[in-house]
Design a binder for this molecule. Structure first.
Ligand code: BG6
Length: 497
């Protein structure tokens, strides 16, 4: 029998622990972390001995922080405090706030005392999960202060660190951050987030590929013509101009989420579903991606900026930051040699849709006459990561009637229909996994660095070129025309998700 995915860990309650969130007054805490925790609490997936301590610079009382948390849960969680008042009250009793500046030794000494008191009251047994949800420039400092404060004695309870994205803003800074964190924490204690890995549909790539016999013989260069991965967003940059204008789509989406999707689509079956085995296979794919030289960058990487981007708040009026990227990657290994992986992502595109499409080769012999098979395209399997989570297979079928006429039809699997509910939020899975000590869905240090090394030639080449002619696409479209030309040169076209 096929071993259960992620070997039984997923069914167990995590051990007692305290979650300390650095950056407790920030956007991520409000939109994602507190709502996910309340949903987990309502689903009885958190241990009874559990508390949350929000750490931030702003002065706030426990009760004020609880009121903020309630408003966040009401807005963003599936369970609503207004409807589940008793559950909310129980949850709120476990929420605390600690005012402190990230560089103050005293703040960490006081934190240590407070955590010890909470251990006594709530039975949290000294286990600590620190979540770095601050601006990235504080990550190394907080880790260093945590190390100096000796919050957990060695050999005793566990201490883990969750590090939010972005992990560095180029290879050198990612490498430096790894070095700084690894000077204090062991790699096994560090959980680098890529929230795409927590998405149910992204984990389902494992199940779909490795729990179904019929796919494996087809999933390679013998049958696959090319792969298209699209992560399209209809929203713009919202209020994140300050961060986004320095990052751009290549850093923000390609280096992390999209390369992860490539790795999961292309990886070999791991020997088991433990963190080391899965991450070893993913990194082999990333290492097999052909590095791009300057000429490749000019030929196979396209960038764009939507028309109103330069008027967004906290964006430079002459900004050359890309809000769209499309590129062609080649994976030089036995399975994928010669099969292009076309990847694109952008803001303010025609719709919100993330999809991985496997485009198969045409049949070797066109048995059906041209007019009969008119409009028939080769088979496509598409993994709909979001929204309308599911998978479909598109194939040719005979239309009813005496004449032989073919049409493309679809077999469709939809999560909501098959399982009666849309998948939960990625952060719920990731928080539980970190509490349980399962790092399978987190990035290892080498993985992050290899991903950076793949995008560095693009960043370096762009830095040498004259400014691009931006803006170059209208909001609500599929990006610049050059993205279509990229595929047209290979005799292919993007297929809208
Ligand atoms: C984040 C990026 O990592 O992912 C955002 O910083 C992007 O710019 C977001 O909007 C997309 O995530 P999702 O889950 O909405 O696809």
């Amino acid at each position: 029998m096929f071993p259960p995915l992620r070997v039984g860990l997923s069914a167990t309650l995590p051990p007692p622990n305290i979650l300390v969130i650095f950056g407790a007054t920030g956007d991520l805490t409000a939109r994602k972390l507190l709502p996910a925790l309340f949903d987990l609490f309502c689903a009885r997936k958190l241990p009874a001995q559990f508390c949350i301590v929000g750490f931030a610079r702003r002065e706030k009382s426990d009760d004020e922080f609880r009121a903020d948390a309630r408003a966040s849960a009401q807005r963003f969680a599936r369970a609503k405090p207004d409807d589940a008042r008793a559950r909310w009250d129980e949850f709120a009793q476990r929420i605390f706030y600690h005012t402190g500046s990230f560089d103050s030794f005293d703040a960490y000494t006081r934190l240590a005392e407070r955590l010890r008191e909470l251990d006594t009251t709530y039975g949290t047994q000294g286990n600590r999960l620190f979540y770095l949800a601050t601006a990235p420039e504080h990550y190394a400092l907080i880790a260093e202060r945590l190390g100096a404060a000796h919050l957990a004695p060695p050999g005793g309870p566990w201490e883990r660190l969750i590090v939010e994205k972005p992990f560095g803003n180029d290879l050198a800074s990612a490498h430096a951050l790894n070095r700084q964190l690894l000077a204090i924490f062991d790699e096994s204690q560090i959980y680098r987030i890529d929230h795409y890995l927590g998405k149910e549909t992204v984990q389902n790539i494992f199940a779909f590929r490795f729990a179904n016999t019929i796919l494996e013989p087809l999933w390679n260069r013998n049958y696959v013509d090319h792969v298209q991965i699209t992560a399209a967003e209809s929203i713009g940059i919202e209020n994140r101009g300050e961060y986004y204008d320095k990052a751009g789509a290549l850093r923000d989406m390609v280096q992390s989420h999209l390369l992860q999707l490539v790795a999961l689509t292309a990886m070999e079956p791991p020997v088991s579903f433990d963190a080391t085995a899965v991450r070893d296979e993913k990194i082999k794919v990333l290492r097999a991606i052909c590095p791009l030289c300057d000429r490749d960058v000019d030929d196979v990487v396209v960038r764009g900026q939507y028309d109103a981007y330069r008027t967004e708040p906290r964006v430079a009026p002459d900004s050359n930051t890309e809000t769209f990227v499309a590129l062609k990657l080649m994976i030089e290994n036995w399975r994928w040699a010669g099969v292009p992986f076309y990847v694109r992502t952008g803001k303010r595109l025609a719709k919100r849709a993330t999809e991985i499409q496997i485009h198969f080769k045409p049949v070797p012999h066109p048995l059906f006459a041209h007019d009969v098979g008119n409009g028939i395209t080769p088979n496509v399997i598409a993994l709909r990561i979001q929204p309308d989570e599911g998978i479909y297979w598109e194939f040719a079928a005979k239309r009813p009637g005496q004449a032989i006429q073919l049409s493309n039809v679809r077999m469709d699997f939809c999560y909501a229909d098959s399982f009666g509910a849309a998948p939960g939020d990625a952060y719920e899975t990731l928080l539980l996994d970190a509490m349980r000590g399962d790092a399978t869905l987190f990035n290892r240090n080498d993985e992050v660095e290899v991903a950076w090394s793949l995008v560095m030639p693009i960043l370096e080449r762009w830095a040498q070129l004259p400014p691009p002619r931006f803006p170059n696409y209208a909001a609500g479209t599929w990006g610049p025309i050059t993205a279509d030309e990229l595929l047209a040169r290979d005799g292919r076209a993007w297929r809208a998700p």
